[in-house]
Design a protein around this ligand. Structure first.
Ligand SMILES: [Zn+2]
Length: 122
């Protein structure tokens, strides 16, 4: 084996070329690449955002899912979208449905109290 930089012959146990000092790359030795740390932030934000129905967490989940090291980026993005949709439905529900339901319950209680008063009169 020869140095790939200067071509000098290398010994089998040489780690550096004795002539030019170039680092010897052993054949068949796997090139060690830094394992990319997968980041669960986007996914976590998406799940919590969906549970809480939070627009902010949903948007954050989508933002973090765009980071190159985000794990399950697609899932995180979908969860983020669902979190926002759920929050919007929650607001819609609170504004339009809940007051009607409260009104219904109040009306039923009124009818109930009228009946009870009627029964107590006897
Ligand atoms: Zn060399």
């Amino acid at each position: 084996m020869n140095c790939k930089k200067c071509g000098s012959p290398l010994g089998p146990n040489d780690y550096y070329c004795g002539v030019c000092g170039e680092k010897v790359e052993k054949e068949g030795e796997a090139v060690v690449t830094e394992p990319v740390m997968k980041n669960n932030t986007a996914l976590t934000l998406g799940i919590i955002g969906l549970i809480l129905g939070s627009v902010v967490l949903g948007i954050l989940a989508i933002v973090f899912s765009k980071k190159p090291n985000a794990s399950n980026a697609k899932t995180a993005k979908i969860l983020g979208i669902f979190a926002i949709v759920r929050a919007v439905i929650g607001v819609f529900y609170a504004i339009f449905v809940l007051p009607g339901m409260i009104e219904d319950i109040r009306a039923q209680l009124e009818v109930g109290s009228i009946i009870i008063n009627y029964l107590l009169a006897f």
